[in-house]
Each structure stands twice: as C-alpha cells, then as structure tokens.
Ligand binder design. Sequence first.
Ligand code: SAM
Ligand code: SF4
Length: 448
Amino acid sequence: MPKKKLYIETYGCQMNISDSEIVGSIMADANYEATENIKEADVIFVNTCSIRDNAEQRVRARLREFKSLKKKKPELVIGLLGCMAERLKDKLLIEEPHVTVIAGPDAYRDLPKLMTYVEEGQKAVNILLSSSETYEDIEPIRLDHNGVSAFISIMRGCENYCSYCVVPYTRGKERSRNPQTIIDEATDLFAKGYREVTLLGQNVNSYSWETEEDVFNFAGLIEKVAQIDPLLRVRFATSHPKDLSDELIDMIARYPNICKAIHLPVQSGSTRMLAKMNRKYDRTWYLGRIEAIKNRIPDSTISTDIIAGFCTETEEDHQETMSLMKEVGFDLAYMFKYSERPDTAAAKRFPDDVQEEVKGRRLQEIIDLQQQLSLESNRRDVGQRFEVLVEGFSKRSNKFLFGRTSQNKVAVFEARDFKPGDYVNVTVTDCTPATLISKVVEDISVSE
Ligand code: SAM
Ligand code: SF4
C-alpha cells in the first residue's frame, strides 16, 4: 500500500519537538511518511502548547488557515496533539469542527487506532494521562536536519505545581525512563554521527530510577551518558533550582563533555513572589546555588526564565528581580509576561491584578537589562579561545559556518573545509548580544 504523508507542526518547548519525533516514529510504523510539504499532506498533526494564552492563540490562528486547506481537500485529516488537546479535551471538537483527531501527550501510541476511526468517518479522542508511559521503547525519527544534535526525553510530567503553571495538568505525573534505554539511545545516536545530545524533562534534575538495590539519580545518569564517548557533548534542560545538588554540579565540572551551560529558571527575584508562585526556594537559596555553580564551574554560563507581572507583584518585587539579574549576571534569559491559565492554583486563588501596561513596561525593562547583560557576557569572551561544535552554514553566507561553544553560545567563523559534527577551535574577535564572531585558530578538527 502506498505510504500516506504526514505533516507535523510543533509549537512550544523542546519536549514537544521530542514528542513530535516520537509521534513520527509511531506513525511511520503505521505506514505514514513524514513530509515537510504541507500541500502534499494527507494528515496534518499540530503538536500544541498551552503554557501561555498567546501560544494557544497562535495555534487557533493556524487552525483557521488549515480550514481552507481542508475545503480544497476534504479528505485531509487534521489532528491536534499535546497540551492544548489535554487542556481543552473534546470541547475542541465543537470549537474546531474541522479537527477530527485529539490526542493528549500520553496517548500517542493510540494514534494509528484513532486514524482508523477517522477513516470510518468518526471523530477520535484519547486524552488519558498515564502514570507510567515514557515511550522508552520507541526510536524517535529525527526531525532536525543537522544530524549533529538530538533531544532525548528522559522523564515526563511534573508534580511541582508552581501556582501559575498548566504543565502538571496537561502532562500529568512525573515519571522517569529506564536509564539503560537512555544510554542505548545516546550510544546509537553517537554511532550515527550525532555529536550532542540534550537530555530533556520538565524537571530533569529530579530524574530518579529505583531498582531493588539502588536509586539512580540525574547525576548518575548524566555521568553514564558522558562516558559513552568524550566526543559526545551532553546538555540538559530544564533544571529546577530546588533539585540542583552539589553532586550534579561536581559531575558537570568533572566531565569536559558535559556542557558548561546551566539553565536555572528563577522566575522572580522576590522571595514574596517565589512563595506565591510555590517555587519551593527563596532568593537566598537561589543565589546560594548560583554561588555554588560559580565556585565549582567558573566557565559555566547561567541562563534563566523570568515572569513579569505575576499576581500582586509590586514595583519593589520587580526591582528585586532586576537586582537579582544584575547580581547573577545571567548570560541569557527567556522572559515572559504572566499569563493566567485556567484552573491553575494562581487562577483560582490570586487576582491577576497587575495592569497590562505595567506588565508590559516591567517586561521591557527586564528585556533591556538582559540585552545589556548578554552583551557584557559576550564581550568578556572576546580574545578567548573556545571549542565549537559545527552545526551548519551561517544564515547570512555560505562562506561562514556556525556552531556552539560548550557554554551554548553561537559562534560564527570562516567555513574552510569543516563540516557539521566537526569540533573547531576558534578565538573570539568581536560580538553582538547574540553571536560570537570568531576566527579559526587550528584547522584540525578534534573529530579527525
Ligand atoms: N519546568 C521548567 C521550570 O520549572 O523552570 C520550565 C517549564 S515552562 C515550559 C517554561 C517557562 O514558561 C517557565 O519557566 C516560566 O518562566 C514560563 N511560564 C510558565 N507558566 C507561565 C505563565 N502562566 N505565564 C507566563 N509564563 C509562564
Ligand atoms: Fe511548570 Fe513549575 Fe513544573 Fe516547571 S516545575 S513545568 S514551571 S509546574
């Protein structure tokens, strides 16, 4: 039977990209072939994000565009997957009548069966959450194209219940994947030429796998992955500050191939806000973790997530966020306006009372400050030498390549004969807030 064509569009976090690769693999076994050309698709799956209202609005707008595609091609199947599917459930079938498949994040194994219902003219929904599904036996198809870096999901779900966050409701209970399957997947990727893996979870550093004799934690897991080969770089995201142990910091320091880039979302610099957010740490604890990183891994970059304008945030709270940003000197930050999510603890218990224009102004101040901190961070790198893993040609010109330093900064340099997957030593000659402009110091790549 000729294969059907599946087009997957992914919104939201890295975890969703990884999930789309799992969906691609499940569908490949059911005779569907991934395509990048939406026009030839028999099936469109939209893997969605609910983290903020604007993420959902983007998907809604895209679904309106798909409506006209379906008018031209009535047999086209449109499916909605992921967090929005889980949050809105079969309400979506009424609100978006051209969508005929709805599958939550733990229901992807069921997709081929759901497709058979749709072929019979029915609408199909599975939004059951599971306490054990990790898809650990599924070999994801790789939707990236550089063939150099890949995501590996090592755990799913979250039970931290930060008061503003929808994730515990859309992704269910926290569960970790059998470590051997993770090590096997990373080993296989290395054998296929990949040179970087990112271990993913909503809260990676609370990874825990219990056997009768032992408990295997994240520090133990990352060590095993790092030991696969010194040429395999290991990254991880996202860590929760409450679970960032000294053992993990020491492990990152010990292995040169564990990347020196720690993403540690702070959300706010105000202890009062952190308590309201149910983050389970305060400003002093967070700064203590930063000090531990700086002492043990002085060359590590530190990045963060910040929410501006959470419920009852005062100007003083906002200034505490700004002062913490300066004190830490974040190299990079993802910054958001607070967006109330239905049914979360914050939506039920606290007023969303910071005026929209105040939220906007505070966010802008945070962004402006971060822009300055990122530029200062990059300026400190000028004159320094870094090992860069080549990912591909720079966007501007084929005469230049780009790659990342261990610190997760993008460096651009002369292409010569290097290819994706090579390690190249460069010296930084200049910078912008987002890029290190560099020159090659040795044209011998480490991988050779
Ligand atoms: N699990 C990770 C953590 O705890 O840091 C990140 C999860 S979330 C996908 C990524 C970021 O979105 C969060 O760190 C937070 O800054 C932001 N976020 C989550 N809920 C939000 C909301 N209701 N409004 C605005 N930003 C939100
Ligand atoms: Fe959301 Fe908090 Fe879980 Fe991160 S740790 S996914 S912010 S509930």
